[in-house]
Design a protein around this ligand. Sequence first.
Ligand code: SF4
Ligand code: SF4
Length: 337
Amino acid sequence: MWFFGRNKLQFSKRENVAIRLEAIGGQGANSAGKIIAEAAILGEHFTGNHFSSFGSEKRGTPVKSYVRFSTVRKPIRTASAIRTPDLLVIFHEFMMESHPEIFEGVGPHTDVLINSKKNPHEFQFPKGVHPRYVASVPATEIAVKTGSGLNTIMLGAIISFIPEITSEHLGQVIQSFFSKLSPEGKAANQIGFEKGLHSFKVKTAKPDQDRLEPSSVTFPHFGYVNAPIGGVITTPGNSVLKNHEASRKGTAPLLNRNECFHCGQCDLVCPDFCFVWRKNPDVGFGAELLGIDYQYCKGCQKCIEVCPVSALSLGKEEEIPQSEKNISWVKNEKSKN
Ligand code: SF4
Ligand code: SF4
């Protein structure tokens, strides 16, 4: 049985609670929403529901997970998306810039929890977005150190914002959810959960946080009036701005050019064509490997496994040379070839 205390936040209990989790495919937002809903509905016997909406079935696409429940057990008759959440959880701070519409419906009743190493006062919110409390938890960093799932760490932080659910019931659901994991996996997730519980920072939001452009936020108040046109893919590729960086879980392949002999095997297995080449008759098979386009790399590690000379190794996100994270050099090389 997982035992854990509450963080020192003292929020009063509500009659109706609506939670929206905003994430990238692969970060476990759907499972996290399911765990919260099971603890509320099966554990506390509240009425409620949970569902998620996904982009294409692919890592790197946006995922929204919704949980709503009534502590006074009113029948929940709606299964529509949650427009005005009481708690908004952002699984990667990168989404704040790339997808500002995730702030839809955030108001003075909303707490916002963000996976980030930043302090809460450093965040920039779109104009007109004034949450109640802003909190941050360095979940990616903790996940790399502990081997825990990102969603488990986020759950550790989330629980302090849902006083309606008791620690006992959440602990039971999480324990059952992870029952199929190996002993090491269970231990890692338990540590991750506890770290999430104790590592978040919180502050009251202030109005002076308006810094992003208001035009970048869409609030579809009237549905049929300004809802996006149906049946049309306006952003082909369906990943977040065609950028997979947020899918990496704190680690990435690192290329040691001194070891590489340009055999191309990494390129054959990479699902996202991350490797950048240029013609060079003096090396390998006439093409020279220049580097990795980290914009598209989702950290699957297939290239590391296949490299015959260990020219690729698994490194930490912060070990990626800044010069290579800047994708412009890659684009320039691509356009030359
Ligand atoms: S880890 Fe390697 S194979 Fe996987 S997406 Fe990144 S570059 Fe491609
Ligand atoms: S598989 Fe290894 S040696 Fe071959 S091109 Fe890729 S990094 Fe270089």
